[in-house]
Design a protein around this ligand. Structure first.
Ligand code: MG
Length: 346
């Protein structure tokens, strides 16, 4: 039996202009993948925010090189994914789409949810944070009220408006906040000042305060920060975890960065040996990637899986959200519902 491959390009439409410290956008390009193995179909997704360099065309070029004919054991993840990884450097998002589809198929053949297939405990339900992009204070207050169901908000900072944004939020909400500066603080003294101030504002953690290449400064900051610092842009793949404790108290694992679940789980295991905190995060994504990532949340200290909630044209139905919680439906595979119908409508 051989794998059959199909893929489609798609553009996610953001409900609101999405602004972070490095730019703003209204759409995110994705490539959606369907692999078949006998009677079993597996689905995957490559979400490609522009700053990471992948595009519809690079993903198509990559998938055209993919030749899975040499594999006939659908459970031999390491062999298949080692082959996928060496097709070309980079291309992490499109590699992740193959990883998701292969895991979907393997766990569907076994008739079990993917987290069980991976040997993980799974969870019945889990709170996710809800991200609010950079905007004018009155718009931010509107977004905070729209996110009333969520227990934790993730706030994008990293510009001169940082204090105005937090002040605006604190006029309308006392919820715990995650703060993501997206490398926006260039000076270590400024960064430490802001973190100390945020510490007094019921902020729980700071994501990627300084640029990835500011290694000495990040090490200095980590030693002094009263809040845990989580590496995101600075933590792409497994090799980045090897030195992560020098700069961060925890790491944000996203399937599109890690090349998928197989390496993502290796990153989690290495992080735990170093007593690093683990966040399971996402990009703007459909319910395909979000459901796949949900299979890892039993291993997470922080869950930030809201990427499907900020888009208006999610073609898939997956992990359900009730209020601010994601609810496990225990389906075999990565957790999509009626995926074949969804696929045919794309
Ligand atoms: Mg981030």
């Amino acid at each position: 039996m051989k794998y059959k491959i199909e893929f489609k390009t798609f553009n996610l439409k953001h409900k609101h202009l999405f602004r972070i410290s490095r730019g703003a956008r209204t759409e995110t390009p994705v490539v959606l993948l369907k692999l078949s193995f006998g009677d079993f179909n597996g689905y995957g997704e490559a979400s490609m925010p522009p700053m990471y360099g992948e595009t519809h065309q690079t993903a198509i070029n990559f998938l055209n090189k993919l030749d899975l004919d040499q594999f006939n054991d659908p459970f031999d993840m390491d062999s298949i994914l080692t082959y996928v990884d060496q097709i070309d450097t980079g291309n992490s998002a499109v590699k992740a789409s193959v990883d998701m589809a292969i895991h979907d198929i393997a766990s569907k053949i076994k008739g079990i949810p993917l987290y069980t297939y991976l040997g993980l405990a799974g969870v019945d339900r889990v709170y996710t944070s809800k991200t609010i992009g950079i905007d004018k204070p009155d718009i931010i207050q509107k977004r905070v009220s729209e996110a009333a169901e969520f227990k934790i908000l993730k706030i994008k900072l990293g510009t001169r408006s940082d204090k105005a944004i937090i002040d605006a939020i604190r006029k309308v909400s006392d919820k715990p906040l995650y703060v993501d500066a997206n490398q926006g603080w260039k000076n270590k003294y400024t960064a430490l000042d802001r973190i100390k101030w945020l510490h007094d504002q019921n902020v729980v953690l700071i994501e990627q305060p300084m640029p990835v290449d500011s290694k000495k400064e990040s090490n200095w900051l980590k030693a002094r920060s009263p809040l845990p610092i989580i590496g995101d842009e600075g933590i792409q793949r497994l090799h980045d975890v090897e030195t992560a404790e020098q700069f961060y108290d925890g790491i944000n694992i996203k399937l599109v960065k890690s090349t998928g679940l197989n390496e993502g789980l290796k990153m989690i295991r290495l992080a735990k040996t170093k007593e690093l905190k683990v966040m399971i995060g996402c990009m703007a994504e459909t319910s395909c990637s979000i459901s796949a990532a949900f299979n890892l949340v039993s291993e997470a200290d922080y869950v930030d899986l809201d990427g499907n909630l900020g888009i208006s044209n999610d073609p898939f139905t997956g992990i359900k959200r009730v209020g601010g919680e994601l609810i496990n439906h225990n389906l075999p595979g990565i957790g999509l519902i009626n995926a074949e119908e969804s696929w045919n409508r794309i």
